[in-house]
Design a binder for this molecule. Sequence first.
Ligand SMILES: Nc1nc2c(ncn2[C@@H]2O[C@H](COP(=O)(O)OP(=O)(O)O)[C@@H](O)[C@H]2O)c(=O)[nH]1
Ligand SMILES: [Mg+2]
Length: 238
Amino acid sequence: MDSGSSCSEEDTHTFKIILLGNGAVGKTSLIRYYCESGFAQNYKQTIGLDFYSKKITLPAANAPEVSLQIWDIGGQQIGGTMLNNYIYGSDAVCLVYDVTNVSTFKDLEDWKAAVEAALAEGASADDKPRKAPLMYLVGNKVDLPNRQVSDSLHDRIAQQYETRTGFIVSARSGEKVNAIFTKIAADLTGTELKKNDLDMADRVTAKVISAPEERVEATRAPVVLTKNKKKKDDCVVM
Ligand SMILES: Nc1nc2c(ncn2[C@@H]2O[C@H](COP(=O)(O)OP(=O)(O)O)[C@@H](O)[C@H]2O)c(=O)[nH]1
Ligand SMILES: [Mg+2]
């Protein structure tokens, strides 16, 4: 699959982030909220694997500009070869569940096992095994009233799974959505952020450099499109 983006400067490091979890927990909604700054009630189900790329500059002195390539797994099943390859090639994995649906939380055990199996398989077939991705636990839909997974249960499982915690979010209200991706970018680049920086994560400078819809156009007609839309300026898709 092509990288989908062409406008990153050579010194912009690209990190791959993959969101895993049961269907309907809100993976696509989180990615789209972050990359398009908005929540839409209905999305077509993702077919295959797809990704958005977004360039950000962290709110810290001398922070490098980084490009985040955020992968949406769509309907991929645990253990699929294509999914395993992306897990092995990723820099960060978010295990996403729905805080109002405890079974999506319990099923993360299977997703975590799938990640471990994919990493072991990938490393055994690789001459130069890659570093394991950073893992994050993300509880979505905190805007809803019927919450079933508490903060303390979330924290306990994060500790048990050895994932980084603290992310209880809502793709509908946008609560903490920017903060997750900002924190991941900071962890991946070794950039220290203050709590206040994360609270202010909405102000992180960012631009989307590639989105799935645009790539569909591009495969039909291999031309370079220069977008001029608000929030997507300087977007070049090949
Ligand atoms: N109330 C609420 N609904 C959400 C939230 N995130 C996603 N949804 C809804 O949950 C459903 C599944 O979302 P989707 O992003 O397609 O889930 P995916 O299958 O994990 O990609 C859709 O109807 C979304 O509108 C959220 O934070 N709050
Ligand atoms: Mg989806």
